[in-house]
Design a protein around this ligand. Structure first.
Ligand SMILES: C[S@@+](CC[C@H](N)C(=O)[O-])C[C@H]1O[C@@H](n2cnc3c(N)ncnc32)[C@H](O)[C@@H]1O
Length: 286
């Protein structure tokens, strides 16, 4: 089984540098995923919230959060990404909304943050896909640092969505390797061999179960994209200022949360709630 390797992640993202900032702009297909994530940030982060963005990278979503709130704590395991986030914040003028930039590991946030320190915790783009056997620790930490009644917004890599997007490449791989990847969800030394980029890709029910076992109530599950992933050429013809683009995003958002589509995007997004004590009492008395 693949093991969590924080040193590898730190080194990888330090080296990845500003490519992390640019990855949502690599193609119109990636732009769609960015907009679907943005929809959930805008719907569930509210002015006045204190927000932890863990695994924030170079700050693409920090910049968007700063348009809504002015109490963001940016956290990441990679000092290189944190430095870029701070530089981007200064360059693009969202630094005033950031309380601090903190180097830490999602699997144990206790040295940095107390229980219930945040109204909302945002963890997008797959940190939970890197932590392998520490997954339950990481989810427990997301839950712990969130206030009672608060929101946890999280996205992970999706198994079938990745196969969907990269099918032509997948079909060039030895079927035995593909079967092992599908069975475990892991890109790991055991499935793809040594010295590669290792990650765990989730199925919907596995993702839901893990979040629920961590004490979170899953209110919404959505793919990051599903309709347009194999229409790159068509998407390239649509200007983002064109009403057709807005219509496409509207349809993606609706389709992506249909139960039959949640597995079909490269990422899976969950909106979760940490129960308030009153919720527990009322459900116990139902
Ligand atoms: C793919 S990037 C996502 C960046 C941003 N959240 C987004 O959605 O665009 C993943 C980020 O998570 C960070 N990360 C991965 N594992 C982590 C962990 N255990 N604790 C904290 N950050 C982690 C990486 O350093 C990297 O900056």
């Amino acid at each position: 089984m693949a093991r969590y390797d924080p040193d590898w992640i730190r080194a990888h993202y330090d080296d990845y540098g500003m490519r992390e900032w640019g990855r949502w702009d690599e193609s119109p297909v990636e732009r769609v995923k960015f907009h679907v994530h943005l929809h959930y940030l805008r719907s569930h982060v509210h002015p006045g919230d204190r927000v932890l963005e863990i695994g924030a990278g170079a700050g693409r979503f920090t910049r968007e959060l700063a348009k809504i709130v002015d109490r963001i704590v940016v956290a990441d395991i990679s000092p290189g990404q944190l430095r870029l986030n701070r530089e981007n914040a200064a360059r693009l003028d969202f630094a005033p909304a950031v309380e601090d930039w903190i180097e830490c590991d999602l699997c144990d946030l206790r040295p940095h943050f107390g229980d219930g320190a945040f109204d909302t915790v945002v963890c997008t783009g797959g940190p939970l896909s890197y932590v392998f056997e520490r997954r339950d620790d990481a989810i427990r930490e997301l839950h712990r640092v969130t206030k009672d009644g608060g929101t946890v917004l999280v996205s992970v890599m999706s198994l079938w969505g990745s196969v969907h997007q990269y099918l032509s490449g997948v079909l060039q791989i030895d079927p035995e390797v593909n079967r092992a990847i599908v069975k475990t969800g892991d890109l790991s030394p055991e499935t793809i061999g040594p010295g590669r980029h290792y990650t765990h890709m989730y199925r919907t029910e596995e993702f839901r179960r893990a979040l629920e076992q961590g004490g979170l109530t899953v209110e919404t599950l959505s793919a990051s994209d599903c309709l347009s992933v194999n229409w790159a050429e068509l998407l390239g013809e649509i200007d983002e200022d064109d009403p057709t683009w807005a219509h496409l995003i509207e349809m993606e958002i609706e389709a992506c949360r249909e139960p039959g589509c949640v597995d079909m995007g490269s990422h899976m997004i969950a909106v979760c709630r940490k129960a308030a004590p009153n919720d527990v009492r009322s459900s116990a008395s139902d």
